[in-house]
Design a protein around this ligand. Sequence first.
Ligand code: GLY
Ligand code: MN
Length: 495
Amino acid sequence: MSERQKAADNRPRVTTDEFRAFVTTGWAPRSDAPPARSPAADYAARRRAALSAAYPGQRLVVPAGGLKVRSNDCDYVFRPHTAFAYLTGLGADREPDAVLVLEPNAHGHDAILYFRPLATRDSDEFFGDARYGEFWVGPRPSLADIEAELGLSAAHIDGFLDAATKDAAHVLVRVVRDADHELTGQLDALRVAQGRDQQEAEVADDELAHDISYARMIKDDYEVEQLRAAVAATRDGFEAVIAELPTLNGRGRGERWVEGTFAREARHQGNGVGYDSICAAGDHANTLHWIRNTGDIADDDLILLDAGVEVDALYTADITRTLPVSGSFTPAQREIYDAVYAAQQAGLAAVAPGNTFSDIHAAAIRVIAEHLYAWGLLPDGIDVAASLDTEHGQYHRRWMVHGTSHHLGLDVHDCALATRSEYLDAELRPGMVLTVEPGLYFKSDDTLAPERFRGIGVRIEDDVLVTATGHENLSGHLPRSSAEVEKWIARVQGD
Ligand code: GLY
Ligand code: MN
């Protein structure tokens, strides 16, 4: 018996016929006014059309995924699978257990969204189902609501498995496997029973997942607009943190205060944070994905804040600023900061059509290596060229072990299924959105680092749109250079 079932059995709710009759009546009629058409609807239709053209005659199944248990009968807030969000335009917490099916027809595909529509008020679900019921989690859309909002056909989820396996001897069925493991298992069993080879099915399925991931590499106008909104909200989150900096010295677990301050803004303006915020003061900045955020913050610390608001449409920003808590950099902090800034400038300058994605890293890491060499930190006899040698060198990576860039969109590390030739080695094209985020990290116990540098970590990260002639720094309105950052802190705190 599942913990969820046990929890339900431990706290039984008595449902008499009298109560059922009473609770299901006496409600004003529901409005049958259709919801407004989603601004994403036409864009999602175009994305589906592109996929349709690549898979003529094949049935494509893209699940949203189901609710995930947090503990016994409590679920995490739902977030749909990215492929589903991309192809439907649904965001935020919609719709658990839904499945998009692209059903082949003579001209392309029909799009049908199978989901669990709002239950009628004479159902037990209405008042009695703590996971799905309107009394407990609020109303869901009806079939007609979804059709009006998204401009596709809607059907009850109960009809999904039959529809997905219908005529399977003649129709190749592909499913995005990792979106919903339970549903994929059911589909696998039915496909195998219909004579399909499991391994071949999985290869075919992975091709579909890859193609949807790769298609996201060029953002459409709606996506760029959403990313701009995510960046604007993220700026507000950073400024909310900056306003709090003077209160942090001596406040235990100041990193958690920073995390909460940013999260409040993220949840208020958008769906939440697009990934766990990295709120890393002092030496914690040298842990690249420091998300425990348990540390105290002192006045002479830098705080590295790597955070992004995810808007309701699920596009996320990913921005890092490294801020002096006191409002001014110490000489050693500034020395490192300015080196990272120079590396970021070089990386940004490489963001232009014609260059490859890898050129961004190459440009930034060269500047990092040059500074490390000038500081005398590379091993004896190793100059910049020797360190940059990818066969035998790479000494500089001790102080910046991560890459400089990744694609950004619905996922913070977007387009993750693209191949090396489609990603790292590919030419930059207008419409790509990516980060440029070099850093330098000197751990407090790094005996090869000068003492003045130990315990200091700096990263600067911006979100950049590739344009026809170069790039636009979408987060360029957040101050970046050491002097601008100091002025920014003074201005926000003076407000
Ligand atoms: N912002 C975290 C990362 O890019 O890995
Ligand atoms: Mn990043």
